[in-house]
Design a protein around this ligand. Structure first.
Ligand code: UDP
Length: 500
């Protein structure tokens, strides 16, 4: 059903441009669909052919309901950027080949096509909504005199902590990578170390012309100068930080999440993300149907990062010794997974645990899995989508952050919200995840113990809190809930400057 946003005379037209990273694109496509469901709104999604194909079935469903959401395809310059043909999403970059910079260069080369799409668009866009990482869209929007809204795929807590660490230049004062320090001027006492946050903050020790410094400064500058920010969170989840974040962005912050909850029925949930393989999905769900309520540990470390082969084997042993049923999504294939698969065969791990454990190779229907009644716990890397999806499904977490702001998300989950148990990792892995030493960072006994802590009688309070937050999440996106009202207010705001 369409949401009424007290229409102005002009039809607001949102031009939505997600960056092609699964953890950023999936939620922004949800936002695009939520906007299109608002009365009178037109949405155009700018994306490339391979990505458009992934999302078309979900967008087709919206169109069949009469919502005005369309795609504008951009040609992705794979060959020019030295990428394999069809490598249009970061999850398609072959692992171990150091092609991340080529991928970002190809994304930058889209600029003239994006400018043209905005100029030629009919009706003209009222605003551009682009991912926070697409910093050059700020210049495109300014050049064409169109407001830009930023999509922040993380939470207010992590963004506020990142800003406080960067602005205070505290990283310049800490001695070693592993020295703990307190995040300055935030409402809670949050202790982190440099090795956990250096990839998501500005390090004052870097020279001004260091590309890493320039990149992080640019993201923060272009987010600050944007008209406003759309966040996949909800006001009640992190009220202190939403307030701080609003102060940082001229009051124009719209928390409209959890956006995964816009997928209300089975079809929407099974189509979320990619045009999934139906038989794989069915295998997962049938297996879950056989398990007792609340008994299964779900393990997934997101769409990009990979553990070292020895750490994967350690995780396998932890799951085995825990004796609970487990569903483990192995993640993106590469050298590490191949080496783990060799260990898997030689050790007989999968064979021995057949029936009690299911390994998923490829893409898993995460939202469907998390909302299955048999799931009792989630061992997660604390990617923000996974975190919020777990909260929405009322599932407590064991946290194993690997990279970027995931360590801060872990702090929110474990220390602020009290809905998870940390595995205590102190160090980011490499983005590519393939050229790191084959080390064990967390022992199988620690994994076993942490799972017990969220799933046995010691986890009563954690489970109570996550159920409470899950209820709040559901209410936030319902009629009259905070996120639904924020969505309406966003549309009204944009309507006020919509072009005739
Ligand atoms: N996801 C999924 N199936 C998979 C792996 C990931 O549906 O097999 C989805 C997951 O539900 C989430 C997103 O992909 O919406 C991953 O985002 P997140 O922020 O959790 O982690 P990232 O992949 O960005 O590290």
């Amino acid at each position: 059903m369409a949401i009424t946003a007290n229409q102005s005379r002009q039809q607001p037209h949102f031009m939505v441009f997600p960056i092609m990273l699964p953890g950023h694109m999936i939620p922004l496509i949800d936002v695009a669909r939520m906007l299109a469901r608002c009365d009178g709104v037109i949405v155009t999604v700018l994306t490339t052919p391979v990505n458009a194909k992934r999302f078309r079935p979900a967008l087709d469903r919206e169109r069949r309901c009469g919502f005005k959401i369309r795609e504008h395809e951009l040609r992705f310059p794979c060959v020019e950027a030295g990428l394999p043909e069809g490598c249009e999403n970061a999850d398609l970059i072959p692992k171990g080949q150091n092609l991340a910079a080529n991928f970002m260069a190809a994304v930058g080369m889209l600029r003239p096509q994006v400018e043209e799409a905005v100029k030629q668009s009919k009706p003209p866009p009222s605003c551009i909504v682009s991912d926070m990482l697409l910093t050059w869209t700020a210049e495109v929007a300014a050049g064409l005199n169109i407001p830009r809204l930023v999509f922040n795929g993380s939470c207010c807590f992590s963004d506020v902590c990142e800003a406080r660490i960067s602005d205070s230049e505290i990283l310049g004062e800490v001695g070693s990578e592993s020295e703990q320090f307190t995040v300055p001027e935030v409402p809670h006492n949050i202790q982190v170390c440099k090795s956990q946050v250096k990839l998501c903050t500005t390090d004052p020790n870097l020279l001004d012309d260091d590309p890493r410094k320039q990149w992080s400064v640019k993201i923060r500058q272009t987010s600050k100068s944007a008209y406003g920010v759309i966040v996949n969170s909800f006001d009640e989840l992190e009220p202190d930080y939403v307030k701080e974040y609003r102060k940082m962005h001229h009051g124009r912050v719209w928390c409209v999440g959890p956006v995964s909850l816009c997928n209300q029925n089975y079809q929407d949930q099974s189509l979320r993300g990619y045009n999934n393989n139906y038989s794989d999905q069915q295998e997962c769900l049938k297996w879950l149907d056989l398990q007792a309520p609340g008994s299964v540990v779900y393990v997934s470390l997101g769409s990009m990062a990979a553990l070292s082969p020895r750490q994967m084997a350690e995780l396998a042993m932890g799951l085995e010794s825990n004796k609970r049923p487990f569903l483990w999504v192995l993640g993106k294939r590469g050298k590490n997974i191949d080496a783990f698969e060799d260990w898997n065969v030689s050790s007989g791990f999968e064979q021995r645990n057949r029936g009690r454990g299911l390994l998923v190779r490829g893409w898993a229907p995460q939202v469907l899995i998390l909302s299955h009644t048999s799931i009792g716990g989630f061992l997660t890397h604390c990617g923000w989508n996974s975190t919020l999806e777990a909260i929405s499904a009322k599932v407590p977490m064991v946290t194993l952050p690997l990279i970027a702001e995931q360590f801060l998300n872990e702090k929110l989950v474990v220390e602020v919200l009290g809905i998870g148990v940390s595995l205590g990792l102190k160090m980011s892995i490499d983005w590519d995840g393939e050229d790191k030493d084959d080390v064990v960072m967390v022992k199988n006994e620690e994994i076993n113990e942490a799972i017990d802590k969220i799933m046995d009688e010691r986890g009563i309070e954690i489970r109570r809190k996550v159920r409470e937050l899950g209820e709040m999440a559901k209410k936030a996106v319902q009629k009259g809930g905070s996120s639904q009202l924020n969505l309406i207010s966003l549309v009204q705001n944009v309507s006020s400057f919509a072009q005739p």
